[in-house]
Design a binder for this molecule. Structure first.
Ligand code: UDP
Length: 163
């Protein structure tokens, strides 16, 4: 007997630290692959999945500012870090044959699509995983805010976080 999934569209927030695995810094490919395979399992139940990826494993704006950088510049560096993580996650999903699109709040059109709300919804309706990169696109925010914002914009039935 196959059960109907409890949620039809979910947003998964993955912090940068969650991608480090046992490491102290950067991206652990085996960890990315494990998360990707769990996302694939959710898709196979018919659940639409989008993700917000953090960047704290590579750069945190607040610590850059504490070291004397201008806070806004440091935050932009943090947002760029989330794009790197999003590309790593996309790669992990595609290794498993899961179609995935990265949509960035900071347009970087040679690398990924710009964030357009209706386009994101369309991708999910076509069973593609949508990864939201670059947070909200604004300094002085975090990717947790981006997760709440995108979950509301996408009409997700539930947001989940992986720390
Ligand atoms: N950031 C930002 N605006 C956003 C999202 C992120 O300025 O909308 C910057 C901020 O500097 C933050 C960094 O990107 O420290 C990485 O994001 P976050 O700390 O949320 O990552 P996580 O803790 O989830 O790994």
């Amino acid at each position: 007997m196959s059960e109907e999934p409890q949620y039809t569209r979910v947003l998964l927030k993955v912090s940068g630290e969650a991608l480090m695995g046992e490491g102290q810094y950067g991206i652990d490919v085996a960890t990315v692959d494990r998360i990707a395979s769990e996302v694939k399992d959710a898709l196979s139940l018919g659940v639409e999945v989008c993700m917000v990826i953090g960047g704290g494993n590579i750069f945190r704006g607040l610590s850059g500012a504490a070291d004397g950088m201008d806070r806004a510049s440091a935050d932009y560096m943090g947002m760029l870090a989330t794009i790197m993580n999003a590309l790593a996650m996309q790669n992990g999903l595609e290794r498993l044959g899961v179609p995935t699109r990265v949509l960035s709040a900071i347009p970087m059109t040679s690398v990924c699509e710009p964030y357009i709300r209706r386009r994101a919804i369309r991708h999910m309706e076509k069973a593609r995983v949508v990864i939201f990169a670059a947070g909200t696109g604004n300094p002085f925010f975090t990717t947790d805010t981006a997760a709440a914002l995108r979950a509301a914009e996408m009409n997700c039935t539930a947001p989940f976080a992986l720390f």
